[in-house]
Write a protein that binds this ligand. Sequence first.
Ligand code: SF4
Ligand code: SF4
Length: 71
Amino acid sequence: MEKRVRFNEDHCKSCELCIGVCPKKIIRLRTELNRLGYHPAFVPDEDQEKCISCALCARMCPDAVIEVFRP
Ligand code: SF4
Ligand code: SF4
């Protein structure tokens, strides 16, 4: 399955800004920690098709973690 939004999870700092701006409310934090010791943001595979590729999350992220693809 092709992803519409991809997170470079090892660079995420769990600031949750992306979660706040996503109009579809599909971004979550993992329970596991990344290499920096944060719970990284991600979009579950089953919710990828709900993403509308608006890229608001990518623009908001201070750490350039998120890549968005057009379907
Ligand atoms: S591109 Fe838009 S809809 Fe998709 S995860 Fe980011 S904010 Fe949500
Ligand atoms: S905005 Fe970026 S750093 Fe903040 S939680 Fe989202 S992906 Fe992680």
